[in-house]
Ligand binder design. Structure first.
Ligand SMILES: [Zn+2]
Length: 126
């Protein structure tokens, strides 16, 4: 019997410029900072919450599909990764009242839209 972890390990596939070393997400062939060539690069997904808001009404459908239990308000925000990139993500938190700017977050690619959850202590130190 295998145990499925509640949250996948943090990490995203982005790119990094071979000229100025700027990271990007989503990945791009060209650097938006200097125009240099960028190569695929893994991003750790560790960062801090830069800003956020709560989506209190159902987004337009399609592409949004309400979950089986119906629409529930959810939080979205930008997480500033250690690599310097700000990534838009759905915030996976147990309680919307627990969200704070600057809180450590772990970002994963998710399905379509990146997902961010509060980082564990081990992830904060990585
Ligand atoms: Zn560059």
């Amino acid at each position: 019997m295998t145990t499925v972890p509640r949250s996948p390990a943090a990490g995203l596939q982005g790119s990094r410029c071979s000229g100025c070393s700027a990271a990007a997400y989503p990945a791009d062939d060209a650097c938006s900072r200097c125009g240099g060539r960028a190569e695929p690069a893994g991003l750790k997904g560790a960062g801090t919450l830069w800003t956020w808001t709560v989506q209190r009404y159902a987004p337009k459908s399609p592409p949004y599909e309400a979950p089986p239990g119906g629409f529930e308000p959810f939080a979205v925000g930008y997480v500033e990764l250690a690599e310097g990139v700000r990534v838009a993500a759905v915030l996976e938190v147990d309680d919307l009242d627990d969200i704070r700017i600057g809180m450590p977050m772990a970002v994963t690619a998710g399905q379509g839209v990146p997902r961010a959850r509060p980082a564990t202590e081990a992830e904060e130190g990585s």
